[in-house]
Design a protein around this ligand. Sequence first.
Ligand SMILES: [Cu+2]
Length: 276
Amino acid sequence: MVDWAEEFRVVSVTRMFWLEGKKEHMKLRYLCVIFASVVVLFSSGHEAARGGPPAPDGPAAGTAVVRGSVKFIGTMPPAARVNMNADPSCAKLHPGGLTSEDTIAGADGGLQNVVVFISEGLGDRTYDPPRQPATMEQKGCIYKPHVVAMRVNQELDVENSDATTHNLHPVPTNNRELNKAQAPGTRVDLTFAREEIAIPMKCNVHPWMRSYIAVFKHPYFAVTGKEGTFELNSLPPGNYTIEAWHEKLGTSTQKISVGPGMTKELEFIFKSPAGH
Ligand SMILES: [Cu+2]
């Protein structure tokens, strides 16, 4: 029997409470302090897990590095204009309009938002989730960042920085689905119990909102930025399959072997999808 509460923990934190705490009323402030203490006590096991080192650690960590770039070759399909007419409060935040973030390449072809990771070769090594949370923000009625990579059972803190209500609707195939409204100024913490590359996240209120959450059971992954580059470090010696995943352009893999202290350079090439 699956314990869904354990599988997919959701904690909402409302900021309004803290805003109240800033008022001058001393009684209210004392109440806030007491309530905050209770919150800290109740969540101490959860809070104590934060603040650890971000780099891969533990007995299985090594000294090899795999780094390189992901390039797009071909004719980039023109970025689609985002239609925000469904919510004028969102549209007015982008007076110059907004284009889709689903395929972004720089002038030199560097492809952004590609998840590069070890897909095979780590054997049965296990890794504890990092103590610090991954983060995602809804601002201007889009997700920032567009692609998040995180670990199994790591927290994902999702902020709603907008004045409008959003809806969190991750649509996984290997994790628990969730569909939850999120009021302005609130935070929702999500966790995912199983590896999945990648979970689409949508908002039922705003049909243009889309992001992807890649969830890993190990720490060897990266998401390319504007330059299209990546680096995986602290790899143990071994033979690995390195995979690059892009939401529209699919996947590409390469096999490598690294010894202690070695650095391998890789280049991944993606081409125009069929039909373009
Ligand atoms: Cu929304």
